[in-house]
Write a protein that binds this ligand. Structure first.
Ligand code: BGC
Length: 275
């Protein structure tokens, strides 16, 4: 952790300031934060303008290696180095994340359970890392900049990928670590019944998959009475193929930030934590 990180925090509390004696780099740090999305196959990151939610420069990706937390942390550090970034980092992670510690590992190495993600990644890359559930990160991005902006009531974002990630918001406030992808449907864990991986593995048509996914949405509707569902994850860009096939009594919209939501939300989260 270098002086630039302290500069980031300082820029929030030192007011009023004399004419800016800081380097342009300092100004960049206050506004631009590295967001990273750790997934089963890839670790993706980009600098994010946390005022607009826009990416600065390109997304950079490294493969997620198979293996224990230290091996993943090495890959994480490799990504940060590739981007050439120093400063606070936000990280979306595909598990329950409570106070920086992983509490589940449905689609990742079981060695993560009970492991401090923030510590592991901070130590590996030499920058302070704040971690949250990947779907919560995507939800934060959508509720701040995208489809759920200013939506009151209960909003549920579902990321559809290898698993089903969920984020619940009540009047714009995140209720962290909901795991509605692990509810049971027809005796199967929901993400083993209607995730995108299942659609691909079982070679389901859009109609067949939408039938299953509608059952899932109606189950959530019955349990949670949401005002809006937002669908994210890779498949959200195919919404025009299946959106009209969904049958549920609550409006359903595709996420606006598509594949970048996880990165943007992670950066927003880190910015909030370092305020
Ligand atoms: C995990 C969630 C995660 C989701 C998407 C699920 O299997 O339990 O924590 O958000 O996958 O990655």
């Amino acid at each position: 952790m270098g002086s630039r990180v302290r500069g980031f925090g300082g820029s929030r509390v030192r007011t009023p300031e004399p004419p800016n004696p800081r380097t342009p780099e300092h100004k960049i740090m206050a506004k631009h934060i590295l967001g990273v999305d750790v997934g089963g196959s890839g670790i993706k990151g980009a600098l994010v303008d946390i005022k607009t939610g826009k990416l600065i420069g390109n997304r950079v990706r490294v493969d997620t290696p198979a293996g224990t937390p230290d091996i993943i942390a090495e890959a994480f550090a490799g990504l940060v180095k590739k981007i050439g970034y120093e400063g606070p980092i936000g990280c979306g992670f595909p598990a329950i994340v409570q106070h920086g510690v992983a509490k589940s590992a449905a689609n990742i190495d079981k060695g993560w359970i009970g492991h401090n993600i923030e510590q592991e990644f901070s130590d590996a890359c030499g920058n302070p890392v704040k971690a949250l559930n990947d779907a919560d990160a995507a939800g934060l991005a959508e509720l701040t900049f995208g489809e759920g902006k200013k939506v009151k009531g209960v909003v549920i974002l579902i990321t559809i990928g290898t698993g089903l990630g969920t984020a619940q918001f009540v009047d714009g406030t995140l209720v962290p670590n909901t795991e509605f992808g692990h509810l049971y449907l027809h005796g199967r864990i929901a993400e083993h019944y209607c995730s995108n991986r299942v659609r691909e593995e079982e070679n389901l048509s859009w109609a067949d998959w939408a039938h299953r996914f509608s059952e899932y949405l109606r189950h959530l509707e019955r349990l949670l009475t949401p005002d809006l569902f937002i669908l994210g994850g890779g498949v959200s860009k195919e919404f025009s193929d299946f959106g009209h096939l969904l049958k549920v009594g609550v409006p359903v919209r595709p996420a606006k930030l598509l594949n970048n939501a996880g990165i943007v939300g992670a950066a927003v989260y880190a910015a909030k934590q370092h305020k």
